[in-house]
Design a protein around this ligand. Structure first.
Ligand code: MLT
Ligand code: MN
Ligand code: ZN
Length: 306
C-alpha cells in the first residue's frame, strides 16, 4: 500500500499562527533546521491503485490536496482520488476540513463511529451544515474487532479498535470517554498481505492495541508530545499530555519504550506532532534519541510504501 503523509502536525500545525515558542519562532525565522507541517491527515491507496481513503479531513486539506497531484487524477471535469473519508476522532484538526469538500457532486462517503457522528451532529454540527451542500453518505465504523471494506477502494481491509484518548471539548463525553471517541486502525493490503497501524491520538497502550501494533509492518502513532508536562513547563497550558489523551514519548512507560518492544522488522513512525515537541528540531538531542531507537518522524509530503 501507499501511504501519503498529508499533514504530520497536531492541532494548530507548525508553526502555529500565534505561537512564539522556540520551535515556532525558530522555523519561522529560519533559525532551526525543521520542516513546516500542516494538520493531521494521511491518504492510503492500495498497491497499484489510484483511489484511496483520506484519514481525517484537516482544516489544511485544500493546501494538502494542491501539493499532492496524485489526489486529483483528472479523469473527469470534476474528480478526486478520495473515495471516502475515515475519521479517527471528531476533533477540529481532524474534522473541519469536511467543509472544504462541500463542492462534491454527490454525498461524501464518510466513515466514523457512532460517538463521533453524534459529536459532529450536535456539539460541532459539521454534518448538519454539510447537509446544505453535498451532504454525507455516512457509514458506521464498528469497534467490535471485525474487518470491513470500503467501496471504491478494492484491495484494502480495515479493522478499527477503540483507543483511550480524548473526545473534543464540545463533546458531552470529553471527561467521560466512551468507546469509539477515538480509534486506531489496522489497514491491510489484501494483495500483498502487508499492513499498517494508524493511531494519531493514543493515550494508553493496552494489550489489544499493542497486539495490533506488533502485527503490523509499520506503525504510525501519536507523536504529539515529548514529555507529559511539556505544555505546563512552557506556561502554555495547565494540562498534561495524558490529560488531553496523548502518551508522551520520553520517560518510563512512554511511547519510545513501547516501540522498542515491537518486532525488529516493524517500521516505527511518529505522527500528529505538536508544535512544542523538541523532536521537530532536526538537530535536537531528542531527535538523536529517536534515531538511536530507529524511530522516524513523519513529514508532510512523505510517501511510505509498505
Ligand atoms: C488533540 O488531538 O489533542 C488536538 O490536536 C487538539 C486540537 O485539535 O485542538
Ligand atoms: Mn488532534
Ligand atoms: Zn510553538
Amino acid at each position: 500500500m501507499r501511504i501519503t503523509i498529508l499533514g504530520s502536525a497536531a492541532g494548530g500545525g507548525f508553526p502555529q499562527w500565534n505561537c512564539n515558542c522556540r520551535l515556532c519562532d525558530g522555523v519561522r525565522l529560519g533559525r532551526i533546521r525543521a520542516q513546516r507541517r500542516t494538520q493531521s491527515s494521511i491518504f492510503i491507496a492500495p498497491e497499484g491503485g489510484v483511489d484511496g481513503v483520506l484519514f481525517n479531513a484537516s482544516p489544511d486539506i485544500l493546501e494538502q490536496i494542491r501539493s499532492q497531484p496524485a489526489l486529483q487524477p483528472a479523469r473527469a471535469i470534476r474528480d478526486t482520488a478520495i473515495a471516502a473519508v475515515v475519521l479517527m476522532d471528531g476533533q477540529i484538526d481532524h474534522a473541519t476540513g469536511l467543509f472544504m469538500l462541500r463542492e462534491r457532486g454527490s454525498p461524501l462517503p464518510l466513515w466514523c463511529t457512532d460517538p463521533v457522528e453524534e459529536d459532529l451532529r450536535q456539539g460541532n454540527p459539521i454534518l448538519r451544515v454539510l447537509g446544505h451542500y453535498c451532504g454525507v453518505d455516512r457509514h458506521r465504523i464498528a469497534i467490535d474487532g471485525g474487518t470491513f471494506e470500503i467501496p471504491g477502494v478494492a484491495g484494502l481491509g480495515f479493522r478499527a479498535m477503540p483507543l483511550s484518548s480524548k473526545a473534543a471539548p464540545y463533546s458531552p463525553h470529553r471527561e467521560q470517554s466512551v468507546p469509539g471517541d477515538n480509534i486506531g486502525m489496522l489497514i491491510t493490503d489484501r494483495r500483498t498481505g502487508r499492513s499498517a497501524f494508524y493511531a494519531p491520538g493514543l493515550g494508553e497502550i493496552t494489550p489489544p492495541v499493542f497486539d495490533a501494533m506488533a502485527g503490523a509492518d509499520a506503525v504510525l502513532v501519536d507523536g504529539t508530545f515529548w514529555t507529559d508536562d511539556e505544555m505546563i513547563r512552557l506556561g502554555l497550558s495547565q494540562k498534561t499530555a495524558r490529560d488531553i489523551g496523548h502518551l508522551a514519548q520520553s520517560g518510563p512507560g512512554g511511547m519510545i519504550e513501547w516501540l522498542d518492544r515491537l518486532p525488529a522488522r516493524t517500521r516505527r513512525l511518529l505522527i500528529h506532532i505538536n508544535n512544542t515537541n523538541p523532536i521537530l528540531d532536526e538537530d535536537s538531542d531528542e531527535r538523536a534519541v529517536l534515531r538511536q531507537h530507529r524511530i522516524d518522524v513523519c513529514e508532510d509530503g512523505m510517501l511510505i510504501q509498505i
